[in-house]
Design a protein around this ligand. Structure first.
Ligand code: ACM
Length: 538
C-alpha cells in the first residue's frame, strides 16, 4: 500500500491552501467579536453535554456559581495537586477577572481532592452543588481530566483571554468518569514539515482539552530528521535542514525536546517518540554515506513520494547507528514506549525486514522501552509486549487484516488508527483545501462512527489498547493548518478512546460536538464547519 499515489509538486496547492486558511482564520476572529453576548451567557451546560461523553452524569440540585469570592482548594501536602490548581486558575482568571486564590483550607469553592477510591489511574468524580464543586480522583491525572470537564461545563467565554461579563454557572449534580482505553493518542508528523516547540505546545493544549494522554511525534522521515543525536550530529544538522517543498526545516535540540516532554507531562500526556525504520530514512541516509549499502549518500529529499529509502540491513554499522539513536532517545523519554515505524518498507526485502526487526526490537528493550510499530511489524515477529498500530482501511485485504488479528490473538496489543477514519490529514471532502485523499474523504460522521472494540475482524477486543489520530504534514505547515484538519475530527477520536461504547451515538454526539464550537472560537481554533453538524449560528 502506498500512502501517496500522487507525486506532483505540492507548492502551488499549498499556496492556494494557505489563502483559504487565512480566510478561515479571519472568519473565526470575526465570529469571536460578533458572537451575540446572550449565546455565551446561556444556562449552565448540562453535565452530559461534554466531549468525550462521561461514563455517567446525574443532574441534581442547584448549580454552583463561580464568583469573585471563589477559592481553589487543594491538599497542602501535594505539589502535583497545587500545580493542577494553578493550571485551573490560569484558565479561569483572564476571562472571569477573579483572583481565584489557591488555598489549603476553608470550605466550598472549587476543591481538588486526591482520595482512595475506585477511580483507576485516570478516572475522577465531579460533584457540583450550591456550595461548591469538588473533583476527586485517586491520581493527579484523574484530577487533571476532571478539570477539563469543569472547563467544558463553564460557559465557552471562559476560554477568552480578556475579562468577560459572566455569569459562570456549573450545573448541579455528579459526573463519574473513567476512560475506556489507557492509550488515547494523537500523532504529529514534524518531519514532512517542521513544527516549533511553541506550535507543539499549542497542539498539546488542544489534546489535553479532550483527555488525550499520548503525543506520538513522528521525528524522522525521508524529508527531515528532527531530533538532535549527539553521537551522529549530521542527522539533525544536515538531515534536518529542509522539509517538503524545500523550506528550511529544523530540529529539536535535546533541551527543546525535554521542554516538549515536560510540557506534555504537565498536561498528563506521555510523549511517544518515533524513529521510522528501515524505510522512510532518506534524511539519515543523506546525512551519513556509511549507512548506505553502496556507501554513497543520496541527496536530501523535499518531495512527497514514499517507499524509496532503506537502511542497509546487511551492514553492522547500521546497528551501531540504531543502538546510538535508540539509546539517546530512550534517555530523553520518561514514557514507556519507543516507536520504530516499520511502515512502507518497499525498498527492503521481506527477509531483510524480518532480520532488521529481529535485531532492532531487542535494542529498544535493552534501553528499557516497549516497542510500538506500524502494523506491518506483524509481518515480522513482534517482540513480547510490543504494540502494533493499525493504519489500514475498510478496503485493506482480508489477508492483511488477518495477519494483524492473528498477532493480536498471540498477544500483540493494538492501537487503532484506521486511515479512512482517524487520519486527520485526509480531506473532509473534495473541496478541502488542505490534506491528502489517498484513503478517501473522511467527513466528521465517518470519522466518529465506528467501534474500536469490534473494528478488526478476528482480533480480540481485549487486544485493543486504544485509539490514535495521526496527522501527517505533507500539506500542513502552520498551527492554523493543524487546527483546521484536527477540528472537529480530533474530539471524535478522543471520544472513541475515552467514552464507554454504550454512550456511542452519532445523533447525540453531533449535538455535543456542535456545542464545542463557541469554545474553539474563544480559543482561536479555526475549524471545518461540516454540514453534518448542527453548529450554532455565529
Ligand atoms: C503510514 O501512514 N505510512 C503509517
Amino acid at each position: 500500500m502506498r500512502r501517496h499515489p500522487s507525486t506532483t509538486p505540492r507548492t502551488p496547492r499549498l499556496t492556494r491552501a494557505l489563502g483559504s486558511l487565512l480566510l478561515v482564520a479571519a472568519a473565526g476572529v470575526f465570529a469571536v467579536g460578533a458572537a451575540p453576548a446572550g449565546q455565551e451567557r446561556a444556562a449552565a451546560t448540562p453535565l452530559d453535554r461534554i466531549v468525550p461523553a462521561p461514563a455517567s452524569a446525574e443532574a441534581g440540585g442547584s448549580p454552583y456559581l463561580v464568583t469573585r469570592d471563589t477559592r481553589i482548594r487543594i491538599d497542602a501536602a501535594r505539589e502535583d495537586t497545587r500545580r493542577i490548581g494553578a493550571y485551573l486558575a490560569d484558565v479561569l482568571r483572564p476571562s472571569t477577572g477573579y483572583p481565584l486564590p489557591l488555598t489549603t483550607h476553608g470550605r466550598g469553592g472549587i476543591r481538588l481532592r486526591l482520595a482512595n477510591g475506585r477511580f483507576g489511574a485516570e478516572g475522577y468524580r465531579l460533584d457540583s452543588g450550591a456550595r461548591g464543586v469538588t473533583i476527586t480522583a485517586r491520581e493527579p491525572a484523574g484530577l487533571f481530566h476532571g478539570v477539563q470537564t469543569l472547563r467544558q461545563l463553564l460557559p465557552a467565554a471562559v476560554e477568552r483571554k480578556s475579562v468577560q461579563p459572566g455569569p459562570w454557572p456549573v450545573a448541579g449534580g455528579t459526573v463519574e468518569d473513567a476512560p475506556r482505553y489507557a492509550y488515547r493518542g494523537a500523532m504529529l508528523d514534524v518531519s514532512r514539515h517542521f513544527f516549533t516547540v511553541a506550535q507543539v505546545k499549542r497542539y498539546i493544549d488542544e489534546l489535553a482539552l479532550y483527555k488525550i494522554n499520548k503525543l506520538h511525534l513522528h521525528l524522522s522521515d525521508d524529508q527531515g530528521w528532527r531530533i538532535a543525536v549527539d553521537s551522529w550530529p549530521r542527522l539533525a544538522a544536515y538531515g534536518g535542514s529542509t522539509e517538503v517543498g524545500g523550506g528550511p526545516g529544523g530540529f529539536y535540540t535535546k533541551d527543546d525536546y525535554r521542554e516538549i516532554v515536560r510540557y506534555a507531562a504537565s498536561r498528563y500526556l506521555e510523549v511517544v517518540p518515533e524513529i521510522d525504520m528501515p524505510g522512510h530514512t532518506n534524511a539519515a541516509l543523506a546525512s551519513y554515506a556509511e549507512l548506505n549499502c553502496d556507501g554513497v549518500a543520496p541527496p536530501l529529499y523535499t518531495g512527497t513520494k514514499v517507499g524509496f529509502s532503506s537502511l542497509c540491513v546487511a551492514k553492522d554499522r547500521t546497528y551501531d547507528f540504531v543502538d546510538d539513536v535508540i539509546r539517546e532517545l530512550a534517555a530523553l523519554t520518561p514514557g514507556r514506549y519507543l516507536h520504530i515505524g516499520g511502515d512502507e518498507a518497499h525498498s527492503t526485502s521481506h527477509d531483510d525486514y524480518v532480520k532488521f526487526m529481529d535485531r532492532v526490537q531487542p535494542v529498544v528493550a535493552k534501553y528499557g522501552k516497549t516497542v510500538i510499530g506500524w502494523h506491518q511489524l506483524t509481518g515480522a515477529t513482534p517482540a513480547p509486549g510490543a504494540l502494533a498500530q493499525y493504519w489500514g482501511l475498510d478496503s485493506t485485504s482480508a489477508a492483511e487484516k488477518e495477519q494483524v488479528a492473528k498477532a493480536a490473538r498471540n498477544g500483540t496489543g493494538l492501537i487503532l488508527s484506521p486511515a479512512d477514519r482517524v487520519y486527520l490529514d485526509m480531506k473532509y471532502t473534495k473541496d478541502t483545501p488542505l490534506g491528502l485523499a489517498w484513503a478517501g474523504y473522511v467527513e466528521v460522521r465517518r470519522s466518529y462512527d465506528w467501534d474500536p472494540g469490534a473494528y478488526l475482524p478476528g482480533a480480540p477486543a481485549s487486544a485493543v489498547r486504544g485509539v490514535e489520530a495521526p496527522l501527517w504534514s505533507e500539506t500542513l505547515s502552520t498551527s492554523a493548518h493543524i487546527d483546521y484538519m484536527a477540528f472537529p475530527r480530533l474530539p471524535g477520536a478522543a471520544e472513541l478512546g475515552w467514552s464507554p461504547a454504550a454512550t456511542h451515538d452519532w445523533e447525540t454526539y453531533k449535538v455535543r460536538l456542535a456545542a464545542q464550537a463557541p469554545r474553539w472560537d474563544a480559543l482561536g481554533i479555526g475549524y471545518y464547519r461540516s454540514p453534518q453538524v448542527p453548529w450554532p449560528s455565529r
